[in-house]
Design a protein around this ligand. Structure first.
Ligand code: DGT
Ligand code: CA
Ligand code: CA
Ligand code: ZN
Length: 580
């Protein structure tokens, strides 16, 4: 939906980066950066807006609006092209290294001619950075570490980026004459938090038109392999897409195989072997004996259900196909019934423009009501995050307004909350008297990420022990591909959550997905409750819920373990029922 908005947001962000890299005005760069965020989060599709409409977007002035119009009309912006010509693309990548800012990137380029991450790594290792004026002593060390963090993402892309591209590709291929079915498989169908490459399957009698179509898609930058059963391309966004075309009668077996995971497939295959069968991407077969080995009759292949059934299994949801015990649990009837988006009755972590959100309180509530929510908590940032400039008074004015607005939404209860900051010692922003006025408090770590394990563990446990803290927000604080999780004894934290009746958030932002699937699995063994929240900073972010739900499913969560699937009264009972 917001695809064009995202495209323009990326362009404006690039422009802001280029301004900084060319030594331009930092204030101007900041304003383009802000415009980028606004456009990305804007609730209307900017494709339909004229100059005047564009300027109604917060943070978009006349000259930004003109650049957007130029882009919409011609596909390029002269001012951006001009700066692109001055800065090799690799320099912008250098700027993306954690701990390296635009100033350093520009300096490295100007003084040492470094114009790629690779060259920078070489220079750092050859100790060529030391003598550079304006570079701190530990900089070289930090740069090497920053590159490692970046590399750990290993060229994988975030789930939302992959999903948006896959949905477009699947829609385009489904329209090709002769295409009987088309779907994405692989890690994307399992909704892993990051995606290595896209695996798209199509069913057709003749593969040629589909292979030609995928190679000709508008976003394709390069065709890597072109064959009768498989074509691989790379998109301009740098994502590899493998298209495989199978005969319609083998669709189910191919979907099972290419959805994976590999470990799940291996388990399935050994289950087949025990039953005297053989499973491959072409189907489930009887094993012929003697001379006819390998040429047995086909038992199942048309649908996934059929393949699983022939193996004595119910159909297993793709989010559970990770070889985490699902194949043993399924026949025993012990697979969880995974929580779904439809089960969610409300979001318990959202922001408005009172702090760093992009939408007004009214717009956020309108959008929440449109989603059919029965309740919604507004949780703007608390004062210890100094840049948000929160005050007691602003909070109380917002509460008053929320109490008024609540009456307008007959079907939806508006809860007044806040997102507290867990301080270095586990304290939070306000004293008990003030906290008592909120319907709900999320508490999150936003600083001192590098503290040692003991400190972090104590911090989180103290937050759980606060009688006014109901949910620990994005508990590990990781940013996928950018910032690792804090070091803490999370088992001790999960135990504290269970003991005190504090829920753990599954933050649905595709940049976080925090807790992640493995941590959810560990936490639920302690009997912890969870809240799947979007942490929306704009109305469009409310739809990120799907990523949080998929992550919850991958953590084997059923509806009952997630507090924001509960009816309002039960939720309120939980909020009142802290055991401290
Ligand atoms: P990714 O792309 O790294 O995010 O992860 P996947 O799971 O999409 O892996 P990918 O693209 O290499 O392969 C897609 C699916 O194909 C994988 O989930 C299972 C299946 N597959 C690939 N290689 C093998 C294999 O060697 N054995 C088996 N049993 N299945 C495989
Ligand atoms: Ca893949
Ligand atoms: Ca693949
Ligand atoms: Zn937040």
């Amino acid at each position: 939906m917001a695809r064009l908005n995202d495209e323009v947001a990326a362009l404006l962000q690039e422009y802001a980066d280029l301004i900084l890299l060319t030594g331009g005005d930092a204030f101007r760069a900041r304003s383009y950066e802000k415009a980028a965020r606004s456009v990305g989060g804007y609730h209307k599709d900017i494709g339909g807006l004229d100059l005047k409409g564009l300027q109604e977007i917060p943070g978009v002035g006349k000259s930004t609006a003109e650049k957007i119009t130029e882009y919409l009309g011609t596909g390029r912006v002269a001012a951006v092209e001009k700066l692109r010509a001055k800065v090799p693309p690799g320099v912008r990548e250098i700027m993306a290294i954690p701990t390296v800012g635009p100033k350093t990137a520009a300096l490295l380029h100007a003084e040492l001619g470094i114009s790629s991450v690779e060259e920078l790594l070489e220079a750092a290792k050859a100790e060529r950075l030391g003598g550079l004026r304006g570079l701190g002593e530990r900089t070289a060390e930090n740069i090497v570490h920053g590159i490692e963090v970046l590399r750990q993402s290993g060229g994988r892309v975030l789930l939302n980026v992959a999903l948006e591209q896959a949905e477009e590709i699947v829609a385009a291929l489904a329209d090709v004459p002769g295409c009987l079915r088309c779907a994405y498989a692989g890690s994307l169908r399992r909704m892993r938090e990051t995606i290595g490459d896209l695996d798209v399957l199509a069913a057709a009698e003749d593969s040629a038109p589909l292979m030609a179509a995928v190679a000709g898609l508008p976003d394709v930058a390069e065709v890597l392999v072109r064959g009768a059963t498989k074509t691989s391309v790379r998109t301009v966004q740098g994502v590899q897409v493998d298209l495989r075309v199978v005969p319609p009668e083998d669709w189910g077996a191919a979907m099972v195989y290419f959805t994976g995971s590999k470990a799940h497939n291996i388990r399935l295959r050994s289950r087949a072997v025990k039953a005297g069968l053989r499973l491959s991407e072409y189907g489930l077969f009887e094993v012929g004996s003697g001379a006819k080995a390998g040429s047995g009759a086909k038992v199942a292949s048309a649908t996934e259900e059929e393949v699983y059934r022939a193996l004595g299994l119910p159909w297993i949801p793709p989010t559970l196909r990770e070889d985490r015990g699902e194949i043993d649990a399924a026949p025993a009837g012990e697979l969880p019934e995974p929580v779904t988006e439809q089960d969610i009755r409300g979001d318990l972590h959202t922001h408005t423009d009172l702090t760093d959100g992009l939408a007004t309180l009214e717009q956020m509530l309108e959008a929440a009501a449109d989603r059919g929510y029965k309740y919604c908590a507004v949780t703007d940032h608390a004062p210890d995050l100094a840049m948000q400039r929160m005050t007691d008074e602003k909070m109380l004015v917002q509460r008053q307004r929320i109490r008024e607005l609540d009456r307008h939404y007959r079907g939806m209860r508006v809860l007044h909350g806040t997102e507290l900051n867990i301080g270095p010692d586990g304290g939070v922003d306000w004293p008990a008297e003030f906290l008592a006025g909120f319907d709900l408090c999320v508490a999150s770590i936003h600083s001192h990420f590098g503290a040692d394990r003991e400190t972090q563990t104590r911090r989180l446990i103290r937050a759980c022990e606060n009688p006014y803290v109901h949910i620990i927000g994005h508990p590990t604080t990781r940013l996928l591909g950018r910032r690792p999780a804090i070091d803490a004894d999370f088992d001790a934290v999960y135990a504290a959550c269970a003991r005190t009746g504090t829920a753990l958030e599954i933050n649905a932002s595709p940049e976080r997905l925090d807790l992640g699937d493995e941590q959810i699995l560990a936490a639920r063994r302690h009997g912890v409750r969870f809240a799947v929240n979007t942490d929306a900073h704009s109305t469009v972010h409310l739809a990120n819920l799907r990523y949080g739900i998929a992550t919850a499913q991958r953590g084997w969560l059923g509806k009952d373990e997630v507090i924001n699937t509960w009816p309002l009264r039960r939720l309120q009972g939980f909020l009142r029922g802290k055991r401290v």
